[in-house]
Write a protein that binds this ligand. Sequence first.
Ligand code: NAP
Length: 253
Amino acid sequence: MKNLLDLTGKKALVTGGSRGIGNRLARALHEAGAEVVIFYNHTCPDGLAQEMQGDGTAVHAVQCDVADRSSLERGVKAAADRLGGRIDILINAAGINRRYWLEDFPTKDWDEVMNINVNGAVYCTQLVGKYMLAQGYGKVINLASMNSFVSGKRVGAYVASKDAIAQITKAFANEWGDRGVRVNAIAPGYIRTDMTKALQDDPASYQGILDRIPEGRWGTPDDLVGPVLLLVSDAADYVNGIVMPIDGGYLAR
Ligand code: NAP
């Protein structure tokens, strides 16, 4: 039987590919056979792309600030050029969080969260979508969150951005579904990355979250690999516009 999860010959772009979830997912696409471009903003260790590539198909690193429309235009063009003019898979994993009480939330930080988490994903999808719609094929994965479903304290901008991501995922799916481009989101639970380091390092927060996870442990980027490979593969061609929790049962509590 054909391996439905095989990505040999596919061309992929992953924003936020330098660290954390984006980096793990970029590695997974590459391990499944895709040629991959990773976008980074500030940090991309020397030789990262080379190390990810190993003996497999090419991995390219491109600097791109997803909050800056002109940087995105240059970055997507550079990515498409490296990938031979085709982009089959886009993972919008770039994201940030800023923690303030809402009554004091600085405008600058609110705007940064919205520009990176929402506008960055929307404009990147728009620009990459030009290639996908012309090809009549594409798979887009957005990074939603538990905070697309439940809110919290001192995360007002983040929860607003992740609710927006859930809705824009469905909006793109509505408009592009009959043109061969599927747009879905994953909603990870609490995952061990730099983004959640402060929560991991605070014993009360760490334990409070752990107590609510039926699986009995925090997640790691590895936990997201299987569902994402499924969603970007031909096995999930009839899956469109979903926001898939991958949370160890957190939402079932
Ligand atoms: P992370 O470890 O902090 O990594 C963030 C990534 O985003 C880095 O690669 C960073 O690039 C990139 N980035 C930030 N600002 C950027 C910009 N302006 N332009 C381009 N790239 C930018 O975070 P993570 O935990 O992997 O999170 C990845 C995504 O998953 C985010 O959208 C996050 O909201 C979502 N998510 C995370 C969790 C969790 O528990 N960790 C749960 C649900 C959803 P540089 O390295 O260059 O700075």
